[in-house]
Design a protein around this ligand. Sequence first.
Ligand code: NDP
Length: 340
Amino acid sequence: APQATTVTVTGAGGQIGYGLLFRIAAGDMLGPDRPVRLRLLEIPQGLKAAEGAALELQDGAFSLLEHVEVTDDPRVAFDGCSIALLVGARPRSAGMERADLLQANAGIFGPQGAALSEVAADDIRALVVGNPANTNALIAAASAPGIPADRFSALTRLDHNRAVGQLVAELDARPDDIDGVAIWGNHSSTQFPDVSHAVFGPVKTGPDVTMVFDALAAKLGSSEAALAWLDDVFVPRVAQRGAEIIRVRGSSSAASAANAAIEHVRDEQGGVAWTSAAVVSHGEYGVPEGLVCSFPVRSDGDGYRVIEGLDLDDRARARLAASVDELVAERDAVRALGVI
Ligand code: NDP
């Protein structure tokens, strides 16, 4: 049997962690052939919840799950780990300023980056889920001198899936019939969910494929109506879906966030032709180098790469620029705090 892969989940006692652990143990992330060793990191007040989840994992009797360990020490949690899911973060509380939020999260993601750098496996890849995810990833990468920065990414796959979900509903389609959706920018309300390169139809077979935009125009009666739907319904709905879930469900999205994190890692490791993820910019599309920004990406199984060469119209450029401005402001605030 192949050697077990060590996977570390931080904030493992929380809601997203609860969804994640069972999917990982069931093989949904790394496939049915790769046994896993789970390390659950929590802060002291979260340890009991994580220990409870560990008991339930035992009760799952998962054939792929070799071992589970719960700890509040990052150096123990990340020792030999190949995949780190950084979920635990300091949430924004009422009246909290952005600088305070960034400072609190720097106190989490700085030491975690340093610990990863010291004790993780050589093939480590870390996905940041905890918000503000893009800038938390930037902080972790900057604190991990021994790890190439492009091993860190942040989750915008949930935004991507939400965008696909809205198109599926509007076009009365199936998820597999839609390809080429892109999330650009920050994982925040300034993100730009973009369908201008998206196609609709039996994508894999070809001849009946149309642009999503044309399908929307046909459905809604005109190009103007399609554009209005995108600007006034689709973009705000996707960008504010988290708040909608809280309103309806009474607590924040957890299973869908866990699902998206599973898919992010699965596709990064297994390969994918097109999805969205926040990765370290090398200057693609004019995004300043070093920012962790969401782009359309692909993977050959060795990490996400930005899909380059797409034409962006003025509307898309303006929306991307607004979200990048926010990322620059977050980075500058972190710099001003002396964190990076
Ligand atoms: P959740 O598990 O619901 O969320 C965890 C993080 O994921 C939050 O920062 C949350 O951001 C973020 N997130 C990203 N995308 C989404 C999304 N689409 N929907 C919802 N959340 C999203 O939080 P809990 O409070 O249940 O659990 C957090 C756990 O982390 C606690 O058990 C706490 O003890 C632990 N923790 C662990 C740390 C560590 O291991 N060192 C450090 C800090 C906390 P947002 O707040 O914006 O919703």
